[in-house]
Design a binder for this molecule. Sequence first.
Ligand code: FES
Ligand code: FE2
Length: 401
Amino acid sequence: MTGPEKMRALLAERQGGHSLPQAFYVDPAVHEFDLQAIFHRQWIQAGLESEIPNPGDYLTMTIGASPIVILRNQHGGIAGFFNTCRHRGAQICAGQGHARRLVCPYHQWTYDLGGKLLKAGRMQDDFDVSAYQLRPVRIETVAGLIFVCLSDDPPEFGSFRAELEPMLEPHGLRNAKVAYTATLVERADWKLVMENARECYHCRTAHPQLMRSFSDFTAPDVSGRTQAWLADFDARCKSRGLKSGSVVGPWYELGRYPLTEGVVSYTMDGKPAVAKTLGQVGDGNVGAMWWAVQPSGFNHVVGDYGFFFQALPTGPRETTVTGKWIVHQDAVEGVDYDLGRLTEVWNATNDQDRALAENNQRGVNSIAYVPGPYSPIAEQLVLRFTDWYCAAVETFVARRK
Ligand code: FES
Ligand SMILES: [Fe+2]
């Protein structure tokens, strides 16, 4: 069976409101399909503009099988390229750094910051360097964030920017830095990792650290979540000039919600982890601003720090999760924050979620697995995720008829 036919057959098997048929989570062919149909087509959050402040600064990431380099060009703008040399395809840049020119480590073909090939030694005299530019990728920025898309036909970005910008801009991500990055390789399909990340049905038992501060905004049945409480929160945000409310877009969701009463940050004691607040947020008692981007990320920003979570498939039944902790760029470790205290809650939560996703994968691998029903109360966002995924699959296979 060819890829599209197989995916059509799998979609036909799917029962709405239920977890997906087994092959979606276990079949290596579906993993390959997901790279093409999802990860090569969607917007992926790549980092902060402030991570590459000067011309020549670059960062790298790998999406699916494709290494990408994102850099600050000679004009001060941000550009992105497939990080694959036009000679024989070697990866050019690695990690994060600074370079006036991009020099391939293999035979030293040399590109400028616009991706133009400047030099290819020992080629014939009439060799045309202009025919070998680095292949560009799409880049968008919003409120200090960088997004990348590998497709020439990316999903519409403007409405996302219009919604996110006014809500996120006051949080000062243009003047922020990454205080810590944690990478977890999870033995689970990326969709199981993301389904887990979209619900808090499991939180009360699985996340004792997170639940000290987190008030599950994804479910309407949380005790104490009264209209008066929410109205009080909205008024508090308004008085600090912050936009609240929530938005569900075609491939994104965002909003602002209160933390547990008396809590201002995702820490064990609910007090800030960082002495310098992040952005223009008054005393920082502003709950959490949240945005989730299909297919692979969610992000929280509280008064003093941000936490970005991204899950990228790195193999069949394997997902690499990257967590980034974001603080004010002038905050000094050991003076303004203690790294252990800053990272304690989300590190613990990430590790607990890794164990849950891997455990979920083990059970789903069984010959006994059949799709089960999502809770309409506690798993609405999971349902939105799987609906979005199936719609994206359907659109992709329809184009290949
Ligand atoms: S592969 Fe890059 S210079 Fe040869
Ligand atoms: Fe969790």
